[in-house]
Design a protein around this ligand. Sequence first.
Ligand code: GLC
Length: 424
Amino acid sequence: MMHSTVPAFILGALMAVSFAASAVELTISCGAVGQERALCEQATAAWAKQTGHKVTVTIPSDRTNERYFQYLVDLGAGDSRTDIYQIDVIWPRLLAKHFVDLKPYIPPEEIQRHFPSIVTNNTVDGRLVGMPWFTDAGMLYYRKDLLEKYGLPVPQDWSELADTALYIQLQERKASGSGDLWGYVFQGAPYEGLSCNALEWIASYGGGTVIGADGAITLDNPLVVMALARAASWIGTVAPPRVLSFNEEDARQTFQLGNAVFMRNWIYAWALVNGQGSPVAGKVGVAPLPRGGMKGMSASTLGGWQLAVSKYSKNPAVAAELVRYLTGEAVQKQRALIGSYAPTLMQLYDDPELAATQPIFSSLRPILDNAVARPATRTGDSYMAVTTHFWEVVHAVLGGRGSAITNLSGLQEQLRLLKTRGNW
Ligand code: GLC
């Protein structure tokens, strides 16, 4: 028997020949948004070819909260059919007990090449339960050509955004006689994406992050009311009423068809809106999200995804090898070049080929470094309940079902009960 302290990655190298001799079948649950499926299939097929193993890619719901509950059911039942799960930045703590510690499988110097804050986020009670795959932040996409046409600057705060959006929307509609163009689209459906957008509005006004670092609920604050009331005023004026059912891809498709002046979306949208066949290719600029008023700041919600190996996998060592490959430099670079998925490997931000192909990466570092985390760590097991109440209430305010003040005081009470029950 091998000595148990020999790290698995050394054993892996020693045993490469015998691995190939005993090919295994792995299943990975990848992402479903934008080009995630195609890129995951490509990279896993390349690895399978190299190693002789077989990989099946499954695609879950494109709404992260639905995906979470799907995973929770499978993992809770000890399901061994899926070996590798792509997990959201808000989940490591929630799902940690179902995943293996990846440290014995991946050399420490490889782990250290990723953003330390993400490695820390993925380390639960000393166990590395997910390898960083790509990071994410909310960005403002704008139509460069339309701003130029009307001689208007990129908006710096939300009022300026609404004014600019409305002006261009009205002018363009008058000129074309069509009502298709809207000023601003974002993720307004009742799901995790809306929690991310709303956190940005609130944090940009200096209204906190729903739950403070000390666990206190920070909604009883006029700046929160202001941020939500302001967002509600967009619906039906600069934002189409159907934005209340938009997820990432709905917003992206509307913008890509040329039907919106501004869009809030994640980084992946950059490659698609500028991709071959996109009607707006070459006409799009990207900037930090607007500040909340003159005293506010720009706030981007931190997103991103990791790869985790299930404890119920029949082949955790081979699965960890695949995770090591997928999160390694070659695959991360390829995904960034083709799909503008933001690498978690720091050195790729100095890569000249990447900077030349996807200029968005040159302006990303400060945005990623300052991105606002959702209160997932602080609320522990209660996070999904917290975010569900939050997006429901924000959705009600946007939809005109009650005022921001009344809805927020109801939310404050719901969260207070959760806090008592969840003991955070
Ligand atoms: C993006 C982000 C993820 C977030 C989700 C919300 O996929 O990377 O962190 O939870 O959007 O819709």
